[in-house]
Design a protein around this ligand. Structure first.
Ligand code: GYE
Length: 355
């Protein structure tokens, strides 16, 4: 499993530079180029998989899509029906219903929002099509086989605990934070918001504002432009719920003449830890980044193979993630009673990042 994961990670690095996000709601086969390798000799039928992806809003999403396209390939015995739902919940429900009509073998859903799922999951169940949920959670139905993803609340808690330790070391006694949230209703947004707020409340920090930047660079820039006007001179921390929002926020702070990062007045952090964000941390433009691992597809493949073999997969599968900081100040934090390392970013650390 680990070997396979590493191999995929490597191929992803090479493929990322080529990856491009198309327009909205594209439907494309998974196989690339002209190659259509036959299913292995003596092998079983091709397994058809429908994947209702959130959209193409971020670098994280591009990596997630690529992971699925790499794994659910013709070479691996799959045929992938991929739908980019363009961050539109109605489109996502429609995509799942279309998969039912097409009679795919398995349906993968990365739920844009965490509620409103029970009816369509019941339809999948009635049609006898197993559903595997990835990344974001479904919170109002358990009619799916497995979920593979991250504990977003732990990510938010880790961010809070790191900030607490970092501020203490730097002698910063007052925290006035601005939060740029991800898309409303997404479990990633809900968990990261809750986790950070839990530490903020406990420590008596002020969260001046918390607004939706939609997990996009443009959204992050727009929210930060308005924050720079409304809270001029009042904030010393900006929490961006993904990397792309942080890139937009830095552009907005540059324009407003606000300094940030290791040598600046404002501490800025992000979630996801895509390579460009880790690069910003290495350069000191950002203080820290908290990883969310987008490579769920190999684990989904494993779930499907278990189902094919008549086995019962685990209901919840958590991705492994790391926390990265610019300065070698906080080397460990404790989250939910568990000690977790904080990695000081060096060139070697950056070079080893798989996405
Ligand atoms: O953090 C963000 C993406 O659901 C965890 O969605 C995912 C989030 C990720 O757009 O970049």
């Amino acid at each position: 499993m680990k070997k396979k994961f590493l191999a995929l990670a490597l191929s992803l690095v090479m493929a990322l530079s080529l990856a491009a996000c198309g327009g909205s709601q594209e439907e494309a086969p998974a196989e690339e180029g002209g190659e259509t390798p036959a299913v292995e000799e003596g092998g079983s039928d091709v397994i058809t998989v429908g994947f209702a992806q959130v959209g193409h809003e971020s670098d994280w999403r591009t990596a997630s899509t690529k992971s699925a396209q790499d794994v659910f390939s013709a070479e691996n015995g799959y045929e992938l029906a991929f739908v980019d739902c363009d961050n539109d919940s109605a489109k996502q429900l429609e995509a799942v219903r279309n998969f039912i009509q097409q009679g795919v073998d398995y349906i993968i859903i990365d739920p844009i929002v965490s509620t409103g799922w029970d009816a369509v999951l019941t339809e999948c169940e009635d049609a006898g099509i197993p559903v595997i949920v990835i990344d974001r959670t479904i919170d109002d139905s358990d009619k799916y086989v497995s979920w593979v993803g991250s504990d977003f609340k732990v990510e938010g808690l880790a961010c809070g605990e790191w900030l607490k330790a970092y501020a203490a070391d730097k002698g910063i006694t007052e925290i006035n934070a601005l939060v740029i949230e991800g898309s409303t209703g997404a479990s990633a947004t809900i968990g990261r918001t809750e986790g950070f707020k839990e530490v903020a409340d406990r420590e008596g920090w002020t969260i001046l504002d918390s607004q939706n930047g939609d997990f996009t660079e443009a959204g992050g820039q727009e929210v930060m432009e308005s924050y720079c006007q409304s809270y001029e001179g009042q904030f010393n921390v900006v929490i961006c719920q993904n990397d792309n929002e942080a890139y937009g926020a830095m552009t907005a702070m540059d324009a407003a003449g606000v300094s940030y990062g290791v040598d600046g007045d404002v501490i800025i952090v992000s979630f996801d830890s895509n390579k460009p964000a880790v690069q910003h941390v290495l350069e000191g433009n950002m203080n820290a980044t908290f990883e969310c691992n987008p490579m769920a597809a190999p684990f989904v493949d494993e779930v499907i193979q278990q189902l094919e073999a008549g086995e019962t997969p685990e209901k919840e599968i958590y991705m492994e993630e790391s926390w990265f900081a610019a300065e070698d100040i906080v080397s460990e934090i404790t989250v939910n009673g568990e000690a977790m390392p904080v990695i000081h970013v060096t060139q070697e650390v950056l070079d080893a990042r798989p996405y």
